[in-house]
Design a protein around this ligand. Structure first.
Ligand code: CO8
Length: 257
């Protein structure tokens, strides 16, 4: 597939997607999001791909929705576009998405970052939900995912002031997993993506889904969900291989079956 606003690559089981509108800090226009989601869905179906790396460039992961595209649009235009439906498809991706985030991750950029399962940030990352300064509010999950990620108090401060936080602060609040120098964030994220790509793929996907249930379900229902996933994985070939390899003191060879 050929794209205008993203580039793609692959390395050792990792599908790499790079946002590519550098002149306007990877502002997210409708076409970019369509292209991104189309590629994520292709990678999700591709048996040779086991994890996905999502990144921008050193200066910007994404500085938010493309304001040019929104400035003149009426409420009805935006409603008819139904532009958030495509965002909902990101949370249906079953393979882990590792974010490599540097520079601006603002508005829709922060919302996209929060759709990643693990985030490696560079020291230069600037993360926030500035929509309030434009007279609007987050529309792609910002109020909901930020509260879940950093807690109500910090989220409220970020949402109501619109002021961004630094990478170090984001780490303190659990919004990113690691902060590393700008020269290292991409390689660090790729290394992690490759490490997870080496894990048994069925277990990876069942664990990802179960972990998100912790946000959605009452504890007992979540525990029941987890238990069913556990039983399901006991039926996999990779479980036999994993346990056999342990007993034989060798490295397992996981096939995804
Ligand atoms: N949309 C369109 N163009 C943008 C955007 C954007 N979000 N952000 C930056 N640009 C453009 C600038 O207009 C500028 O273009 P030009 O060179 O043609 O003048 C170029 O990128 C470089 O930007 P700056 O010169 O402003 O660079 P600075 O380093 O001085 O400042 C900032 C960087 C602080 C990031 C600044 O550009 C800025 O404040 N950008 C807007 C950030 C923002 O408000 N984001 C939220 C947008 S609203 C939103 O995301 C709603 C989400 C809900 C729906 C999501 C659906 C996709």
């Amino acid at each position: 597939m050929s794209y205008e606003y993203i580039t793609t690559g692959r390395e050792d089981g990792v599908g790499i997607v790079t946002l590519n509108r550098p002149k306007i800090l990877n502002a997210l226009n409708l076409q970019l999001i369509d292209e991104l989601v189309a590629e994520l869905e292709l990678l999700d179906k591709d048996p040779d791909i086991r994890t996905i790396l999502l990144t921008g460039n050193d200066k910007a992961f994404a500085a938010g929705a493309d304001i040019n595209e929104m400035a003149e649009a009426s409420a009805i235009d935006i409603m008819k576009r139904n532009q958030f439906a495509v965002w909902d498809r990101i949370s249906l991706i079953s393979k882990p998405i590792i974010g490599a985030v540097s520079g601006f991750a603002l508005g829709g950029g922060c919302e996209l970052m929060m759709n990643c399962d693990i985030v490696i940030a560079s020291e230069s990352a600037v993360i926030g939900q500035p929509e309030i300064k434009l007279g609007v509010m987050p529309g792609a999950g910002g109020t909901q995912r930020l509260v879940r990620a950093v807690g109500l108090r910090k989220a409220m401060e970020m949402l109501l002031t619109g002021d961004p936080i630094t990478a170090k602060e984001a780490l303190r609040y659990g919004l990113v997993n690691r902060v590393v120098p700008v020269e290292a964030y991409y390689q660090e994220a790729l290394k992690l993506a490759k490490q997870i790509a080496g894990q048994p793929p069925l277990a990876v996907q069942v664990i990802k889904k179960a972990a998100y249930k912790a946000d959605d379900l009452p504890l007992q229902e979540g525990l029941d969900y987890e238990r069913n996933g556990f039983y399901l994985l006991l039926a996999s070939e990779d479980r036999k291989e994993g346990m056999q390899a342990f007993l034989e003191k060798r490295r397992p060879r996981f096939t995804g079956n």
